[in-house]
Write a protein that binds this ligand. Structure first.
Ligand code: ZN
Length: 314
């Protein structure tokens, strides 16, 4: 799609066969039923018409039309990427693509709820050599991916070119996680939860802006050399029954000043958020996040604090 959308269902690594086997494992290795449903073959994103569906990468549209998925007619596009990978886009209300070459980012359809769907969403599915794989790879214990060990299964690889895997931080990047000494917090109400990058993350309930002591987290990297860095913040995907803050402000302090970046955490869970590229001095700079949600006046949303990475630009 052309904007971020909340994930509503993960890929099930314990047999993505679209039928139940009583077990569900996410790419993070956890078994929570709030992450997906048993047998899910792809990822679901909460989108609705007229949101467009965009091609994930260059390739050839090999199918654009109707497919009976057992509940009736689903509108579907399948793209072959000429490298063994295919991407599949289900439940559209309208197919815009034609068979033939397609470019990354091209509009191939409009989100809908055709076929086996209880409401409008995009079902995004990836296949390698004809078998379903998880485009988010495997983040759980090594050698423990049920789908990779299954005779008919396959190893999954992180496929998002614009962001690094949360389990495989690029060499030379500086990571500051909430458990590190380089992360500082003040104020009350902090709660540590399982999930997120490195296994845990912190949350506080958002407070109104006039509050005297707004809980605040601060990431202060120990950058080895001065230079330009791309800054990414991981937003964890944890379901605790509350909504996530849709308007929080990260304040980036860099070599020559500071800048604020507004982030909607409710649509960026399980994703890196781009905070921009800035010049930092060695051992200088910081990122600050206050537990204030500009969109929740009554202050009842989750504000999430997890890892940040500084990636040195060439
Ligand atoms: Zn789905």
């Amino acid at each position: 799609a052309d904007h971020m959308a909340p994930i509503t269902s993960f890929f099930d690594h314990d047999l993505p066969f679209l039928h139940e086997n009583g077990s569900l494992v996410s790419y993070r290795g956890d078994r929570s039923t709030t992450l997906s449903y048993d047998g899910h073959t792809g990822w679901d994103y909460a989108l609705r018409p007229p949101d467009p569906v965009l091609a994930a990468a260059d390739g050839t549209v090999v199918f654009a039309g109707n497919s009976d998925d057992g509940c009736g007619v689903a509108h579907v596009v399948i793209i072959d990427h000429d490298n063994g990978y295919r991407t599949l886009y289900w439940h559209m209300s309208e197919v815009l693509a034609q068979p033939g070459p397609v470019k990354r980012g091209e509009r191939i359809g409009i989100v809908g709820s055709s076929g086996c769907a209880t409401g409008p969403h995009l079902h995004f599915q990836v296949q390698y050599l004809g078998r379903d794989v998880d485009p988010y790879g495997w983040c759980g214990p090594k050698g423990d991916d049920p789908w990779a060990r299954y005779p008919g299964g396959q190893v999954s690889t992180w496929l998002w070119s614009w962001m690094p895997s949360p389990c495989n931080i690029p060499q030379g990047a500086t990571l500051v996680d909430t458990g590190d000494a380089a992360f500082h917090k003040r104020g009350d109400g902090w709660q540590e939860l399982a999930g997120g990058l490195g296994g845990t993350s912190l949350r506080v309930t958002s407070v109104v802006s006039s509050s005297v002591d707004v809980p605040t987290g601060s990431w202060q990297p120990d950058l080895p050399i001065a230079g330009r860095y791309r800054l990414l913040a991981w937003v964890p995907y944890i379901d605790n029954g509350l909504s996530d803050a849709s308007s929080v402000t990260y304040t980036v302090t860099f070599a020559t000043g500071s800048k604020t970046v507004n982030v909607d955490q409710s649509v960026t869970a399980n994703t890196w958020v781009e905070l921009g590229s800035y010049d930092f001095t060695s051992r200088g700079g910081a990122v600050r996040l206050e537990a204030h949600d500009g969109a929740a006046a009554n202050g009842t949303t989750n504000v999430w604090f997890d890892a940040l990475i500084w990636m040195k630009e060439p």
